[in-house]
Ligand binder design. Structure first.
Ligand code: PMP
Length: 353
């Protein structure tokens, strides 16, 4: 067949998401989903969506969802952008705030592996700044680059390590350039930079309903920042798709984010399981990075990360392994329910024996 693909479509190397195997039922601890169900209020909203109304396009202005997000975050609706998952919002960020063939987007060497993919897709130079030996991030090293702006995952993925709000504030205040804070895992840390968006017009915070709100299947995320940043994102969005967030999603996410008490309780359980899992892994000889997320990043001297992944998979437990420089010894393990975490530990004990 003649090759009808554009050069871009031929050459692009896409992001690889965690596997979703169908061969058998796994204890699935590989894609950082929340082990608890969405809030009962979200379920109610789901049931109340009028099926017949789905013949109509979704509300263009997303008023109800934006107001609910604004109320939960303590900002105004004009500070809020909603999208089809935070991955989509991040894609819009790369095209809204970074110029092709400009000074580039700066981010860590070990961070969310979608960032370099977006750079390649939009022809944005990558300015890669290594994390410290202990995988902490010295933001002053980003600041020293001549990049057009910065993308910082906080907590970081796949390390799980977090940056305190006052450290982030110092960086945002001094950077003088756009800072995208990717706070996908912030519900498990509680140091969000959202309050800083009132003071700094160069800060955009991206969040998601996938992790802290147990709604990964719906695909919804939001960003908070100065209205000028939001309208830039909207112009990019409207150049792709005016209606990325469907009616069902808008209704369910508005209800979910209004039920903060439910999620505070469930996410506290995730945090306490994270601490237990970290201790149990350490007891089994693993080195575990201090996690502020809903996953832990761990390695054991003398066993390759790939082997840990494979031995667990054989025993019906899925974790994530990245065959990449600096981190190939590690596995990233999502914090599951107490029962799922026990199943992981039992599978580890079985193979370590
Ligand atoms: N940022 C980070 C750091 C992530 O790990 C993820 C999940 N893969 C996302 C953003 C995207 O989340 P979603 O598109 O589900 O909102």
């Amino acid at each position: 067949m003649k090759n009808y693909l554009s050069k871009k479509a031929q050459g692009i190397v896409p992001y690889v998401a965690g596997e979703q195997p169908k061969d058998k039922k796994y204890v699935k601890l590989n894609t950082n989903e929340n082990p608890y169900p969405p809030s009962p209020k979200a379920l109610e909203a789901y049931k109340n969506v009028a099926f017949a109304d789905l013949r109509l396009y979704p509300p263009l202005s997303m008023d109800k969802l934006k107001s609910a997000v604004a109320a939960a975050e303590g900002v105004s609706p004009e500070n809020v952008f909603c999208g089809n998952g935070s991955d989509e919002i991040l894609a819009f960020c790369f095209s809204s705030f970074f110029d092709p063939d400009g000074q580039g987007a700066a981010f860590a060497d070990v961070t969310y592996s979608f960032y370099p993919v977006f750079c390649d897709f939009f022809n944005i130079p990558k300015v890669i700044v290594p994390l410290e030996e202990d995988f902490s991030q010295d933001l002053s090293k980003l600041q020293k680059t001549s990049a057009q702006g910065f993308v910082v995952a906080n907590p970081n993925a796949p390390t799980g390590m977090g940056i305190e709000r006052d450290v982030m504030e110092k960086f945002v205040a001094e950077s003088g350039r756009i800072v995208i804070a990717d706070e996908a895992y912030m519900p498990f840390f509680g140091q969000s930079a959202v309050p800083l968006t009132k003071k700094y017009d160069n800060l955009l915070v991206c969040k998601t309903f996938s992790k802290g709100y147990s709604l990964a299947g719906l695909r919804c995320g939001y960003a908070v920042g100065h209205p000028d940043l939001i309208s830039g994102l909207e112009r990019c969005r409207d150049s792709f798709n005016s209606y990325p967030v469907d009616s069902v999603c808008q209704a369910v996410c508005a209800a979910a984010i209004s039920d903060g008490a439910y999620y505070a309780e469930k996410n506290a359980l995730v945090i306490s399981e994270r601490e237990r899992l970290s201790k149990e892994l350490s007891r089994r000889g693993f080195f575990v990075l201090p996690s502020r997320a809903n996953f832990v990043f761990a390695k054991r001297e003398g066993i390759a990360g790939r082997e840990v992944y494979e031995k667990l998979r054989e025993r019906g437990v899925l974790v994530r392994h990245f065959q990449k420089p600096r981190i190939s010894d590690f596995c990233r393990i999502t914090v599951g329910s107490a029962a799922e975490n026990d199943a992981l530990l039992a599978a580890l004990d079985d193979f370590l024996r």
